[in-house]
Design a protein around this ligand. Structure first.
Ligand SMILES: Nc1ncnc2c1ncn2[C@@H]1O[C@H](COP(=O)(O)OP(=O)(O)OP(=O)(O)O)[C@@H](O)[C@H]1O
Ligand SMILES: O=C(O)[C@@H](O)C(=O)CO
Length: 421
């Protein structure tokens, strides 16, 4: 296997989002969970996305994991590695975007790397270095209240400079509009001034195509799925067969279930909408955190129903209930206990024959996939923007959908299960 593109993603659902974009743009793509063992068979793929859980951990640990993933990808021949971050630039002044990018750039022997979280398909654009979420600048968007990394500054040149060792510069929209050669020249000029990372404006997919072509002159870049789109369009051979098609060629059979740990507005609406399509169990989080057997009760509920059709089990609650639970148990302890409970529930469902599993929430998906011991996926068709169908690349054949909290329309759960046959 010789790769055209390697990617290191800082969370699991973000990795699926990128893998989805690369696949849609024509690259045969696999997603691994963590740094793969050397003997992991991934088949004939052009891109690999290594999914880490490094967004909100200690910067030193994020750097070490990302460097190891990068080394694995380079060892498989990847000439270019993209560091996938969140399209809302989730990070703090301590990192982890700056420290990881500094390390990957140094390892690659590069003076400068392009950085852009723009992803027009989901409303993320960058203008004069300022990130917009839809029409709102980042610091006025819901991300200003993110529980782990409140984003209160929209100026990404400033944000990244606070967490980077090297100075940060800007490739503005006027330069991007002049094409890939102009962007390359601007990067060379910034590098000559000692700038190590250049935040690039991008408003439309056409801007990202230009940035993708320019980025490929270097060995490392950093962005969200939009930059992945630009890189993939520059790399994919035109007219090749749909790389997602064979993922669904053989049905996996078995039973199907959905699990939700995300408390985002989008997920809450999706759970409400699912109630007309399948039995829904709303978990009492207190029975998952304390000594009660909330998991056992949920398994019994599921066991009585899952043989007849899909089910959905959710811990999700509205912001007021979440705050109250967090006040009683602590943010981290409450979140962790519920993640562990949902992961155990997933294992019990798989033991009872579930082979098609939809999971809502990035942290929740991470806990479930880790607990199930899944190592790698081939990337299939898109369910909703940023969410593909995944098929296990080894072990028990299963189809999964790992949904970022905010992604998908109201009918997401039913739509995912309709596709996952
Ligand atoms: N009822 C609840 N009260 C408090 N916390 C909860 C509750 N239900 C789930 N949680 C926790 O909330 C967190 C949700 O995070 P998760 O990453 O899964 O979803 P998200 O933040 O919406 O998704 P993403 O990170 O993809 O945007 C998890 O730690 C989960 O355990
Ligand atoms: O880039 C995004 O918005 C997503 O892939 C993600 O990482 C959400 O956590």
């Amino acid at each position: 296997m010789t790769l055209a593109l390697g990617c290191v993603a800082d969370d699991y659902t973000g990795a699926s989002d990128l893998a989805n974009t690369l696949t849609k743009a024509g690259l045969r793509t696999a997603q691994t969970i963590g740094i793969p063992d050397d003997d992991l068979a991934l088949g004939d793929v052009e891109a690999v996305v290594v999914a880490l859980k490094s967004r909100s951990i200690e910067p030193e640990r994020a750097v070490a994991l990302s460097r190891a993933a990068d080394a694995w990808l380079r060892g498989r021949g990847a000439p270019h590695v993209m560091f996938k971050i969140c399209s809302t630039f989730d990070s703090t002044d301590q990192g982890n975007i700056g420290p990881v990018l500094d390390a990957l750039r140094t390892d690659a022997g590069e003076a400068i790397a392009v950085v852009t979280p723009a992803f027009p398909e989901t409303g993320r654009s960058v203008y004069q270095g300022h990130l917009f979420v839809g029409a709102a600048p980042l610091h006025e968007s819901p991300l200003k209240d993110h529980p782990l990394n409140p984003m209160r500054d929209s100026n990404l040149v400033r944000v990244l400079a606070r967490q980077s060792a090297a100075p940060v510069g800007l490739v503005d929209v006027a330069t991007v509009a002049r094409g890939a050669d102009a962007v390359r020249a601007r990067l060379d000029a910034l590098a000559a001034e000692g700038v190590g990372a250049a935040v690039a404006d991008a408003i439309l997919d056409a801007d990202l195509e230009i940035l993708g072509r320019a980025a490929l002159a270097h060995r490392v870049s950093c962005g969200a799925s939009g930059l992945g789109l630009g890189l993939a369009r520059a790399l994919a051979a035109p007219g090749e067969a749909d790389p997602a098609a064979d993922v669904l060629a053989e049905p996996v059979g078995g039973l199907s279930a959905c699990l939700a740990g995300s408390c985002s507005r989008a997920t809450l609406e999706q759970i409400a909408a699912a109630e007309s399509r399948m039995p829904v169990l709303r978990l009492d989080p207190e029975r998952l955190i304390g000594g009660a057997d909330g998991v056992g009760e949920a398994v019994a509920w599921a066991g009585a129903r899952v043989g007849q059709g899909p089910i959905l089990i959710a811990s999700s609650a509205d912001p007021e209930a979440v705050r109250a639970l967090q006040a009683r148990h602590g943010v981290a302890a409450a979140g962790h206990a519920i993640e562990v409970a949902l992961a155990r529930l997933a294992a019990a469902l798989v033991e009872r024959g579930v082979r098609r599993l939809v999971v809502a929430g990035g942290e929740t998906s991470g806990a479930v996939v880790d607990h199930l011991g899944l190592k790698a996926f081939r990337v299939g068709p898109e369910i909703a923007a940023g969410v593909p169908v995944l098929r296990t690349a080894s072990g028990v054949p299963m189809l999964l959908a790992l949904k970022s909290g905010n992604f998908g329309g109201r009918d997401f759960f039913a739509r995912a299960l309709d596709l996952m046959r």
